[in-house]
Structure formats: C-alpha cells, structure tokens
Write a protein that binds this ligand. Sequence first.
Ligand SMILES: Nc1nc2c(c(=O)[nH]1)N[C@H]1C(S)=C(S)[C@@H](COP(=O)(O)O)O[C@H]1N2
Ligand SMILES: [Mo]
Length: 158
Amino acid sequence: MRKIMAIIVFLSIALGVFLFMGRGNSDIIVYIDDMQTVVEREDILAMSNGISFPAVVRSSGSKPVETEYTGVWIMDFLKHLGIEGDFDTITFNASDGYRVMLSGEELKEPGNVYLAYMRDGEDLKSRERGGNGPYQLVIRSDPFSQRWIKHVDEMRID
Ligand SMILES: Nc1nc2c(c(=O)[nH]1)N[C@H]1C(S)=C(S)[C@@H](COP(=O)(O)O)O[C@H]1N2
Ligand SMILES: [Mo]
C-alpha cells in the first residue's frame, strides 16, 4: 500500500514538473501606473485572429532566413486591455534582462510592431527550450532585428 502511495506521489510530481516545463511562463504582465494586469496566452490567441506576415530573420552566426511570423499587432493587444492611444512610451522587458523602450509614434505605425507567438506555424519555444519565445516582439521597420525582443514577459506603459 505504501509502495503504491509512493508511486502515485512520484508520478504526480513528475507530471507537475513536465507540465510546468512544457508551458514555460506564457503570461505577460502589463504595468500601467500602479496597476498590474496579467495577460495569459489564451487571451493573446483570442485577440489576434491569426495575423501572419513574412519576415527575414538575421540571427548571429547564420545566414538570413525568410520566415513567417504570426502574432497580434501591438495596438490591438493594448486595445483589448482598454488602452487606446494615451501613452508616450512602452518599455518591454525580457526574461533574460534585455529591455527596449519604444515611442508611441513607432508603436502606432500601422503594421509595424507585433507581439509574435508563432513562427512558420509553430509556437515560439521558450528560452529554456532553445527558442526566441514564448513571445517575441517583431519590429518590421527594424531590418537588423536588434530590437526584436525575444522572451518578452513585461510591458510598462508610460
Ligand atoms: N531578449 C533578448 N532579445 C534580443 C537580444 C537579447 O540579447 N535578448 N539581442 C538582440 C540582438 S542584438 C539581435 S541582433 C537579435 C538577434 O539575436 P540573435 O543573433 O541572438 O538571434 O535579437 C535581439 N533581441
Ligand atoms: Mo545583435
């Protein structure tokens, strides 16, 4: 009996770890003034209507690759949180400490800044799993992709 209990406990822990690792952290925390909103992956998938666009990816040490990203336009993302145009800048933070601030002007440019969650029809993998995700900010006017923030997990709206 104790053996069976031990096996059940072990399997539950293993399953928990597996699910945790598999998901990575797929929430984005949005800060506005003193308020903090947690946006979950299913919210992001529901708001995007699956917009896809081509992009050339230049990663250090490899040739440029033509790919297709899928994501939500940043202004549509904000609109779903009740944020329209009343901000000057947004600071994007990544889980590895990378940080980029973008101006409202640039963010409002139609079809430029996207919060991407898929590349070539596959979910972006987390940093732990060797990917650029689970979310990557893609700035289409930025051909050398220095500001294409990988692993975005926070946004501060000012
Ligand atoms: N989170 C995060 N995003 C990042 C970076 C980084 O170090 N961390 N580097 C930037 C730079 S300098 C480039 S050129 C592109 C591509 O980086 P890669 O060559 O490592 O793929 O990602 C950008 N986004
Ligand atoms: Mo770079």
